[in-house]
Design a protein around this ligand. Structure first.
Ligand SMILES: Nc1ncnc2c1ncn2[C@@H]1O[C@H](COP(=O)(O)OP(=O)(O)OP(=O)(O)O)[C@@H](O)[C@H]1O
Length: 213
């Protein structure tokens, strides 16, 4: 599923954060959004994930103009097609690792649900094996980040939006997360990453450099 923006402008409180940005993120590739702190990487990622409405310009999802989508259409996109790895982790701290990974199924049932085999596989892939029952609050920052990656892997989404997915990780886990994101792209998914990490940027198929406005 291709995610594209055309002539995208975002103005917040009278300040232009993004000015006529156009880019297309294609299935089967990793696109890295790079640039200095405050350049608007997170803002662009949020607009592409339909979390934030642009001031002007268009957002395209799979060739359809999604700029004017209402909450029903956006919710359907988030539910069925998108996975987010967020900078503030986006975990429910009082719930277990297993609950957080299988979030959707577990929220629906009010207890840990989903496919245990798949859960084990994604925890192994993210170095969280054996941690299923631990409350997320007990994880370190880097472990929470990997939990976010595990959740995105578990969801099997067509589009993955990742905001600084390798921040606060040690070398080994950083390499592991980069490899996982690249392999998700190789499976035909669209991966969009906002990053300061040079190794992450080098692993991407295309780079989009933002400047501070
Ligand atoms: N909701 C908001 N209200 C006011 N200003 C905002 C808001 N969201 C973003 N900004 C401003 O927009 C600019 C870009 O922020 P953004 O987080 O997108 O940058 P970034 O490139 O991701 O930065 P970093 O690398 O530090 O995460 C910043 O100057 C920020 O202060």
């Amino acid at each position: 599923m291709e995610i594209g923006v055309e002539q995208l402008t975002v103005v917040i409180d009278g300040r232009t954060i993004l000015n006529r940005v156009s880019l297309a993120c294609r299935p089967g590739t990793v696109t890295a959004l790079v640039g200095p702190s405050g350049a608007g990487k997170t803002t662009l990622l949020n607009v592409m994930g339909l979390l934030l409405r642009p001031t002007a310009g268009r957002v395209r999802v799979g060739g359809t103009d999604a700029t004017g989508w209402g909450s029903r259409q956006r919710r359907r996109f988030w539910r069925d097609h998108a996975a987010f790895i967020l900078q503030d982790y986006g975990v429910i701290e009082e719930e277990s690792v297993a609950f957080n990974v299988t979030m959707r199924a577990s929220l629906l049932r009010g207890r840990v649900a989903g496919d245990p085999e798949r859960l084990r596989a994604v925890l192994a892939a993210t170095g969280l094996e054996g941690r299923e029952r631990e409350p997320a609050v007990r994880l370190s920052g880097g472990e929470k980040r990997r939990l976010g990656v595990a959740r995105a892997l578990y969801k099997d989404a067509r589009v993955i939006f990742a905001d600084e997915p390798t921040a606060s990780l040690d070398e080994r886990n950083r390499a592991r997360v980069i490899e996982l994101l690249v392999s998700l792209a190789r499976q035909g998914r669209t991966v969009v990453v906002a990053t300061h990490d040079e190794a992450m940027a080098r692993a991407a198929d295309s780079l989009y450099a933002l400047q501070r406005a």
